[in-house]
Ligand binder design. Structure first.
Ligand code: SF4
Length: 556
């Protein structure tokens, strides 16, 4: 008899686990589908060649009437004539060219190929670079014609590009973008190569190696430091572009030994003058870091006729020193304290929600006040659709603070496994505030059953709408569909403030009014916690909706 009872218990436990797993799997599948749909949309956006591209391509392939889908490893799109025959191919350089910025931004070029995949012509589709420079490049038939006749397979070997005088940075960036599109690597790196030993020995004659930024001699003695602007992300522009500046510091790091121009994208007539000025006049030699940092613009590097280039070098040196000597960011101690308190609050909520105190009204009321004060007013810590949808779109939890991760895990996993919606019952500050608001009045209202049933569908409707918008990729501020932003950001946007205020007023008369008739997050959590171990109609509906969404995402 006892054995039969034990087996029945084990069976119940197994069923309960299976259903919990099923519900969590549905949630995971919904997140994964949204992530996949977002990724595909982004990829389509990147490779989309629209009407503008077709119109531009017709200049080189006049019989083309439409574009086909991208084809092969090179992802070039066929140009089709009225009968559907391929009369050429096209490719845009974006997104690969996006990392290659000229003077002010990246460019997107269209390359048109003949049927044998040889370049028939090139044109500029868009450019975020300086308009004047872009116009010069667009007028240059020599620049845009430099690829004509070349086979597609050769475009990934950059070689020496044809550059437009007066728009050298813009045109070179475009040429690099073309090479990057067809497989060349490092095209966004304007100053490739390492610091050579001969360059080091200008300042440290016995140097044999540069380890990181430290110059060493053969015996391993540290001689000083050499900073490099292009490796520190410092790019102050002169007339036309930034320079790659080297700064040598003595072993104590207090004085400069010298400064050199390793490379420059600035105007050719000025660069040699500034380079020679730095090399032969040694304007920085012996200056302390403080002296350099306190110097006026144009007071250190004085090169007549190249003042802007010289000033850009001075600004570069100052920024390099500022970054080099900036103290490493230290997390303020209260940050850890804050996280610790947040985790303690979550643990206490779980303890109360899952333990014997759950049924004690006084304990629940005191903890509701704690959740409002600590979780809401102080930490502003809540989980909701904005966080779920954006997390699913990104496909990663990286960057999410530990307390929010812990809170989200508690909100989603605990109801599925235990059948107890501890987040809504104990932790959610908005739910807790409604609970306290409800205690302001002893007489509580209840909606007529039919109205209650009709309104109880609203959270699901809101949930469906929000996720539909997310799947469609419409830029909707998801945080504005729930009141939680008010706790973390204050009275910033009107919609959450209205939802917050109306929900709180309603909660005085109608117990947990927003939770029952408005909250999409609560709807999901209630579903996870409902009828543990029992298959319900909602499981079937949720399964069908998620499966349908998954199929549409997969086959679309
Ligand atoms: S239903 Fe929504 S507002 Fe209410 S407690 Fe749950 S998450 Fe918070």
């Amino acid at each position: 008899m006892k054995t039969r009872g034990t087996a029945a218990n084990a069976g119940r436990r197994g069923k309960r686990l299976l259903i919990a797993g099923y519900r969590l799997a549905l949630l995971a599948l919904a997140f994964f589908s949204l992530h996949t749909a977002t990724q595909r949309r982004e990829a389509r956006k990147d490779s989309a060649l629209g009407e503008e591209a077709l119109a531009a391509a017709k200049a080189f392939a006049p019989t083309a009437v439409k574009l086909g889908a991208p084809d092969g490893d090179d992802r070039v799109s066929p140009l089709l004539d009225a009968r559907g025959a391929t009369v050429g191919w096209v490719a845009q350089t974006s997104p690969e060219s996006r990392a290659v910025t000229g003077y002010a931004g990246p460019s997107n070029l269209l390359l048109v190929f003949d049927a044998a995949r040889r370049v028939a012509g090139a044109t500029i589709l868009q450019s975020a670079d300086t308009a004047g420079h872009v116009a010069k490049v667009a007028e240059s038939t020599r620049f845009l014609g430099q690829w004509t006749g070349k086979p597609l397979a050769s475009l990934g070997s950059p070689g020496e590009a044809e550059i437009v005088s007066g728009a050298s940075l813009t045109s070179e960036a475009m040429a690099r973008g073309v090479a990057a599109r067809f497989g060349a690597t490092g095209m966004d790196q304007w100053f490739p190569g390492e610091v050579r030993i001969e360059e080091l020995r200008e300042w440290f004659p016995s140097a044999t190696a540069l380890v990181g930024t430290e110059a060493h001699d053969a015996g391993g003695t540290r001689l000083g430091s050499v900073l490099r602007s292009s490796r520190m992300g410092v790019a102050v522009r002169g007339f036309q572009g930034a320079s790659d500046v080297l700064v040598a510091l003595d072993a104590d790091g207090k004085k400069l030994i010298g400064v050199a121009l390793k490379g420059s994208r600035d105007n050719e007539p000025y660069v040699p003058d500034v380079r020679d000025g730095l090399r032969f006049d040694l304007p920085y030699a012996g200056l302390t870091v403080d002296e350099v940092m306190g110097s006026e613009s144009g007071a250190v590097v004085m090169v007549s006729g190249a003042s802007r280039t010289a000033e850009s070098v001075e600004e570069t040196v100052k920024e390099m020193l500022r970054r080099h000597f900036a103290p490493p960011p230290v997390a303020p101690p209260w940050l850890d304290l804050r996280s610790g308190i947040a985790l303690a609050w979550i643990a206490a909520g779980l303890g109360i929600g899952l333990g014997p105190w759950r049924g004690k009204k006084q304990v629940r009321t005191i903890f509701a006040a704690v959740s409002v004060a600590v979780g809401g007013l102080w930490l502003g810590l809540m989980t909701g659709q904005d966080q779920w949808i954006k997390g699913a779109m990104r496909g990663t939890l990286c960057g999410t603070a530990l307390p929010l991760l812990a809170l989200s895990a508690a909100a989603l996993l605990v109801p599925a496994i235990s059948g107890k919606n501890v987040y809504c019952a104990q932790l959610c500050p908005h739910g807790a505030a409604q609970q306290l608001a409800g205690q302001l009045r002893t007489r509580r209202l209840a909606l007529p059953p039919r109205l209650h049933r009709a309104l109880a569908g609203l959270p699901w409707l809101t949930l469906g709408l929000l996720w539909l918008l997310a799947f469609l990729g419409l830029a909707f501020p998801f945080a504005h569909a729930e009141p939680f932003e008010v706790w973390s950001a204050g009275l910033v946007a009107l919609a959450p403030v209205l939802i917050f205020a109306s929900g709180m007023i309603a909660a005085v008369f109608l117990p947990q009014a927003y939770c029952h008739y408005g909250c999409p997050t609560g709807a999901v959590l209630k579903f996870l916690a409902s009828s543990p171990g029992r298959w319900t109609r909602r499981d079937a509906i949720a399964g069908a909706v998620v499966a349908l969404t998954g199929c549409v995402t997969y086959f679309a």
